[in-house]
Ligand binder design. Structure first.
Ligand SMILES: *Cc1c(COP(=O)(O)O)cnc(C)c1O
Length: 402
């Protein structure tokens, strides 16, 4: 059966507008389309493919588990899930793990747990959830409501209540919102979708302090920042602030769908049997692949490699920008980088993405003013260089047509 991009418009719900070409094969940080054309991948499946495409060890883990046991449901537990949970608790502050299938589901679990914890410990008045403008937490109705982007949350009727927002890094606004009625604060330890915005260390430290003062739980959404992305296994480790609940997904499965919510034993207690669940959560295939991905990423060589590769990107991007003067700043951390367009190119991030695709480079945007890179954490130096040569050509084409 022959399928093309036109097929998409005939059979798919039009909530996406994918690129014209259809990728069919990937290896490392290179991808090939239906016509055999090759692309360099700086998008990483939106910060998912931490080990590139079809990493041999992940393929092995998948094949091995694939001939053993695919699915059980949570009527039974399974070895890969138990091993992965053991490794996650060993590597982090957490003592308990809940598995889901996506970032949104992990966040949904975190929010439900926080509400239950507050209700059972303090009573009904303690239901307020504070989150941040431009934040992103997924697309279920609860998580999209907690996310700080009206474009994603509006137009679906009445929303879940008791959710308030203020600006990220705005301490005064946050202090004005939090009180003993606050159940939880949900934040990304570096805003991804919102434009690659780093938190100020004093801001995060003070948020933690105020959460303690008001018995509110601090939830870090590390769906995009987790599993090596910033050069730390989890971004909180570089901020010296420990959350009460942490969510992980995207990179966790290296491309296989999985999500996880991590927390302490004391908080986890409140999700007693029957209070929450998922048919596929903790699926053996997903956990087997994630276990292998975590083994590979959680090692100093890979994590230090992220810092080195970040510098390579920054050095070369600075050179390009000296020539073309399109960016006001390169921001972000590790291999989650944002090229911020200057005043001359406001609102045109998508043009840069399209021009890059024309030069056979896959990249991302974060809002309308930031071109985002989230490549494999083990992208080879020559692919970084070649990708940035293509990026430079894309920039030249835009600058020249101006
Ligand atoms: C992508 C993302 C999510 C949503 O994850 P899904 O797997 O798409 O549900 C949630 N939070 C953050 C910070 C993300 O980047």
């Amino acid at each position: 059966m022959k399928v093309t991009r036109a097929t998409f418009d005939e059979v798919m719900v039009p909530n996406y507008n994918p690129a014209g070409m259809i990728p069919v094969k990937g290896e490392g940080s290179r991808v090939w389309d239906q016509d055999g054309a090759e692309y360099i991948d700086f998008a990483g499946g939106i910060a998912v493919n931490v080990l590139g495409h079809c990493h041999p060890e992940l393929v092995n883990a998948l094949n091995e588990q694939g001939s053993k046991l695919w699915h059980l449901s949570n009527v039974f537990t399974n070895e890969p899930a138990l091993r992965l949970a053991s490794k996650l608790t060993e590597a982090t502050f957490a003592e308990r793990v809940y598995f889901a299938n996506s970032g949104a589901e992990a966040n949904e679990a975190a929010l439900k747990l926080a509400r239950r914890y507050a209700l059972e410990n303090f009573g009904e008045h303690k239901s307020q959830i504070i989150a941040f403008n431009k934040g992103f937490h997924g697309r279920t109705f609860f998580t999209v409501t907690v996310g700080g982007q009206a474009a994603y949350s509006d137009g679906f009727g009445p929303k879940p209540g008791a959710v308030d927002h203020c600006d990220y890094n705005d301490l005064a606004a946050f202090e004005a919102l939090i009180s003993d009625n606050t159940c939880a604060v949900m934040m990304e330890p570096l805003q991804g979708e919102g434009g690659i915005i780093s938190p100020e260390p004093e801001f995060v430290a003070r948020v933690r302090e105020l959460c303690n003062q008001h018995n509110a739980l601090l939830i870090f959404d590390e769906v995009q920042t987790g599993v090596g992305r910033t050069g730390h296994l989890y971004a909180y480790m570089g901020l010296e602030v420990t959350p009460d609940i942490l969510t992980s997904a995207k990179a966790l499965g290296g491309g296989f769908p999985i999500g996880a919510m991590l927390t302490t034993a004391k908080i986890a207690e409140h999700l007693k049997p029957g209070t929450h669940g998922s048919t596929y959560g903790g699926n053996p295939l997903a956990c087997a692949v994630a276990e292998r991905a975590l083994d590979i990423v959680n090692n100093p060589e890979v994590l230090e490699g992220v810092v080195k590769k970040e510098q390579m990107f920054r050095d070369y991007l600075a050179e390009i920008n000296n020539k073309y003067k399109v960016f006001s700043e390169i921001r972000g951390k590790g291999l989650l980088l944002g090229c911020v367009l200057n005043d001359d190119y406001q609102g045109r991030a998508r043009d840069f993405l399209v021009a890059s695709a024309d030069e056979h480079l896959m990249c991302l945007v974060a809002g309308t003013n930031v071109v985002r890179f989230a490549p494999s954490l083990i992208i080879p130096e020559e692919d970084i260089k070649e990708g940035l040569v293509r990026f430079e050509r894309a920039i030249a084409s835009i600058v020249n047509q101006k």
